[in-house]
Design a protein around this ligand. Structure first.
Ligand SMILES: NC(=O)C1=CN([C@@H]2O[C@H](COP(=O)(O)OP(=O)(O)OC[C@H]3O[C@@H](n4cnc5c(N)ncnc54)[C@H](O)[C@@H]3O)[C@@H](O)[C@H]2O)C=CC1
Ligand SMILES: O=C([O-])CC(=O)C(=O)O
Length: 270
């Protein structure tokens, strides 16, 4: 069987760990042909894992790949997805916040070109049930995300909101609002709310609260869904990636699971 050629844009925590999993467990199906990072050293470091890959800029990487993995940033995820799908190349996107609000166009290009548009569940679970329930209506969906303060450090929110993160001694509410605001203020922290919003569609206004909790060692996402067909309470207590405290290890495993199921005839779960 011909291997699917993968190009990875973003050689940080997700890009690097995912590349390791592809090389170790998924190499019968996939071959990493190109990598790209805004930081040359990060791309060079990834070549030590992907020995057959080349460092290419985004345009050449898209041209060389069958499937592009975006693990870079919300500032570029939409443009990478649009360029990939328009060229008939599949895209697995991780920076979902950058796609929220512009998904219709991408879905339409994907359907036109037939290129796969993959949005893994990332750091949460339960999107299967939430998508199923949205057919009968969801009356409320709330996400409570709690992270250690250092995992929230550097977010755009703190440019306009004075918070002494290092001085927080107990669980403190940092932000309360809706998905679109949350991904603008916390582009590296709350892609999961964008996934929830995409799964339910614009009729449901997904609410989100972000907490800083100095007692936590994990990234915790608690999702509460109210619908006539079911009440879901989903709780994910995720170990952080060893390379980036903002990112849960589950997000990497979820991307790997999405690749493992790519073109598989068998599907477990909806
Ligand atoms: N969907 C989900 O559940 C989750 C999504 N994420 C998102 O996935 C993305 C990757 O996460 P991590 O690997 O943990 O981040 P990271 O910060 O460890 O790595 C990102 C890498 O992308 C590179 N980069 C940034 N802009 C770039 C550009 N324009 N072109 C090429 N390279 C660029 C950086 O230099 C860095 O090496 C982030 O946007 C993050 O917010 C993270 C966790 C969960
Ligand atoms: O990895 C996590 O726990 C969630 C995260 O950073 C995101 O959704 O952007």
């Amino acid at each position: 069987m011909k291997k699917i050629k993968i190009g990875i844009i973003g050689c940080g925590a997700i890009g690097t760990s995912l590349a390791r999993i592809i090389e170790e467990r998924l190499s019968e199906k996939f071959s990493i042909v190109a990598v790209c990072d805004a930081c040359q050293e990060k791309a060079e470091a990834l070549l030590r894992i992907c020995r057959r890959a080349k460092i290419l800029d985004a345009a050449h990487l898209i041209a060389a790949s069958d499937l592009v993995v975006e693990a870079a940033s919300a500032a570029v995820s939409y443009s990478i997805a649009r360029r990939s799908l328009s060229a008939g190349k599949g895209i697995l996107a991780m920076s979902i916040g950058g796609i929220l609000g512009r998904e219709k166009e991408l879905i339409s290009i994907s359907r036109k070109t037939g290129a796969r548009f993959l949005l893994p569940s990332g750091a949460i679970c339960g999107l299967d049930g939430i998508r199923a329930l949205s057919a009968v209506g969801i009356s409320s969906l709330t996400l409570n995300t709690s992270k250690p303060p250092k995992a929230l450090a550097g977010a755009a929110f703190f440019k306009t909101h004075k918070v002494d993160l290092a001085g927080i001694r107990k669980k403190t509410l940092i932000f309360s609002g809706h998905a679109a605001q949350a991904v603008r203020f916390f582009p590296q922290n709350i892609n999961v709310v964008a996934l929830l919003q995409l799964a339910t569609g614009p009729r449901v206004k997904v609410k989100v609260q972000i907490w800083a909790d100095p007692a936590l060692r994990r990234n915790v996402h608690e999702i509460d869904v109210v619908s006539p067909a079911a009440r879901l309470k989903i709780s994910c207590e995720n170990t952080a990636s060893p390379d980036n405290p903002k990112t849960s290890y589950l997000a990497i495993l979820s991307a790997a699971a999405s690749l493992a199921g790519f073109s598989d005839a068998v599907r477990i779960g909806s």
